[in-house]
Structure formats: structure tokens, C-alpha cells
Design a protein around this ligand. Structure first.
Ligand SMILES: [Zn+2]
Length: 149
């Protein structure tokens, strides 16, 4: 076992593989998992598979795959889930292994709840149970096939 949470996640069988949306040799994309707690619908993470800390550490091959996924997932969140905007951020303070958060903002979100964290605090935020999250992942997967490279 490595000391890295993300390396470990990709080393074994993922317990919640229904949350997986995409994987190739460079990147993995899936919906976040809050251990059975309702999830903000559409909060997706793109992980670099290799252990590297930041956007600056990717090879160009990795960057091509990572960037493509960033755009395809954002398109899918708009086309399939009617998101009006996609927030994207890389933190990495807690886990020094590159992963990017994509957080959709849905129509009707009050201005005071705009922002990738603030959307969570809106009392009408679209929180979903496991089943809804799985269905969302399936829809996103379908949409990914619509976008040509
Ligand atoms: Zn790692």
C-alpha cells in the first residue's frame, strides 16, 4: 500500500465502480463519493493516474488526455444535466496527487451560493442518493461518446 490515497484508490478494485465515468492509461474520472451521504449531483473528479503533484508536472500526453476529459465532462454536464456553468479547481494541499474537481452550477442557484463550495450550502442544492448518482454517471458516460476528438 502506498501512502497516497489516490494511488491506493487506483491500485485495487474500486468498491463503488458505478461512480466511474471514464478511464484510460493516463486519467480516471468519476463522481465523488461521500460514503453513502447524499452527494451534490455532478461533482466529478479527474485524477491523473501517475503519482504527480500538480498541473505543472504532467507530460504532454497526460495533459492531452486530462484536458480533453475536462472539456468533454463539462460539455456532458451541460448537455445532459443542464448545468449552466462548470467550476474547476485543483487544490492538492491534503493529497499531493493531481486531481481536478468539476462542480456544476445549476440554473436557479442564488447568487450568494455561486462558487464551487458555496453551491453546497444552498438549501435547495441538488443532492442525490446513490441511485441518482449512478444514473447520472451512466448518462454522462453516454454523452461522452457524442464528442469527437
Ligand atoms: Zn499518488
Amino acid at each position: 500500500m502506498s501512502a497516497c490515497f489516490i494511488c491506493n484508490k487506483h491500485a485495487g478494485d474500486l468498491p463503488a465502480s458505478n461512480l466511474k465515468i471514464y478511464e484510460d492509461e493516463y486519467v480516471y474520472a468519476g463522481h465523488i463519493d461521500r460514503d453513502g451521504q447524499p452527494n451534490y449531483l455532478g461533482h466529478i473528479m479527474i485524477d491523473l493516474k501517475r503519482h504527480a503533484a500538480s498541473l505543472a508536472d504532467m507530460t504532454m500526453e497526460e495533459a492531452r488526455s486530462f484536458g480533453m476529459m475536462m472539456t468533454k465532462l463539462s460539455k456532458a454536464l451541460k448537455d445532459s444535466e443542464q448545468a449552466e456553468h462548470i467550476y474547476a479547481y485543483v487544490m492538492g494541499d491534503a493529497v499531493p496527487h493531481l486531481h481536478m474537481h468539476l462542480v456544476p452550477r445549476y440554473p436557479g442557484t442564488p447568487k450568494e451560493h455561486w462558487g464551487p463550495n458555496a453551491v453546497y450550502d444552498w438549501n435547495a442544492a441538488p443532492m442525490g442518493e446513490e441511485n441518482e448518482v449512478y444514473n447520472l454517471c451512466a448518462r454522462i458516460k453516454q454523452h461522452l461518446e457524442n464528442y469527437n476528438e
